[in-house]
Design a binder for this molecule. Structure first.
Ligand SMILES: Nc1ncnc2c1ncn2[C@@H]1O[C@H](COP(=O)(O)OP(=O)(O)O)[C@@H](O)[C@H]1O
Ligand SMILES: [Mg+2]
Length: 259
């Protein structure tokens, strides 16, 4: 589904992503792991349109999407989750879903303009869709609460729910489990697995919790020092000597870190 060809990103003198080529296959949950500063978030940001690459290409189903802005990628079904913006914290959980624009407005929106009588029906459909998403994620009991008042883990589920409103093809999740307790982390994991199995979503996710990665991801891609160093099943990469050394911090990549 996604093909990354020789992607590079420099920040001044620092090469954050260095000649990365990889593919993300449709229908899979691909894990992206690696030590801090490996370039994982930068790679996500390059694919999801937040950064322009210094060089290289990104293809989505064969179409060149290199450097395309996030709203165009959204229209093509490529989404990454973002934290609920501060100004949305007073909206309810349900409203936070309803404000996500549908991905295929085309004919329906055209109808809305030409036949204003359909507007109400359109709103009704969006509300129904939001309620369906809430039920899927087992958030229906907090639908009426302001998003600012729910727990950190519930916010992560809501972020996932926002992508569901757009019926994405592929979703990028960067450390969705950061700061989330284990019970909720596994609820998030369960939702990801169900979205993958039941709805056919493709996922690519960065996560530090290796048990979580092992439960969800096949394959796993390991990055270190801005480059891909291994790819395979969790068992395969765990027994890879280069990977072990990268995590223990013996590689040359540690020196590059600017912190
Ligand atoms: N916007 C930026 N400007 C300058 N350097 C950056 C920027 N974003 C990331 N970096 C640097 O690029 C390297 C890779 O960072 P990042 O992609 O965030 O790694 P990871 O997500 O794997 O921890 C790090 O050395 C980081 O400091
Ligand atoms: Mg990161």
């Amino acid at each position: 589904m996604i093909t990354v060809e020789r992607l590079c990103k420099r920040f001044g003198g620092l090469v954050a992503v260095n000649d990365v080529s990889l593919t993300i296959q449709s229908g899979k949950i691909t894990g992206l792991i690696g030590p801090n500063g490996a370039g994982k978030s930068t790679l996500f940001n390059l694919i999801a349109g937040r950064y322009q690459p210094t060089s290289g290409r990104v293809l989505l189903d064969g179409a060149d999407i290199t450097g395309m802005p996030p709203h165009e990628l959204f229209a093509r079904g490529l989404l990454r989750t973002f934290q609920i913006a501060h100004e949305f914290s007073t909206l309810t959980v349900r409203e936070n879903l309803m404000v996500v624009a549908p991905r295929h407005p085309g004919e329906r929106l055209f109808n809305v303009w030409l036949r204003p009588g359909l507007v109400r029906q359109f709103d009704h459909e969006i509300r129904q869709k939001a309620d369906e998403v809430l039920e899927f994620l087992k958030l229906d009991h907090i639908a009426h609460l302001p998003a600012g008042n729910i727990s950190g883990g519930q916010k992560k589920l809501l972020e996932l729910g926002r992508t569901m409103m757009a019926e994405p093809k592929i979703v990028f999740l960067d450390e969705v489990g950061a700061g989330v307790n284990r019970t909720l982390l596994y609820e998030i994991g369960d939702a990801i697995i169900r979205l993958n199995k039941e709805r056919g979503y493709t996922f690519c996710l960065v996560e530090h919790d290796m048990d979580f990665i092992a439960q969800l991801c096949d394959p796993v891609i390991v990055m270190a020092g801005g480059a891909v160093m291994a790819e395979g099943t969790v068992a395969e990469v765990k027994s890879n000597q280069d990977v072990i050394e990268a995590y223990l911090g013996h590689g040359p990549k540690q020196k590059r870190q600017v912190k």
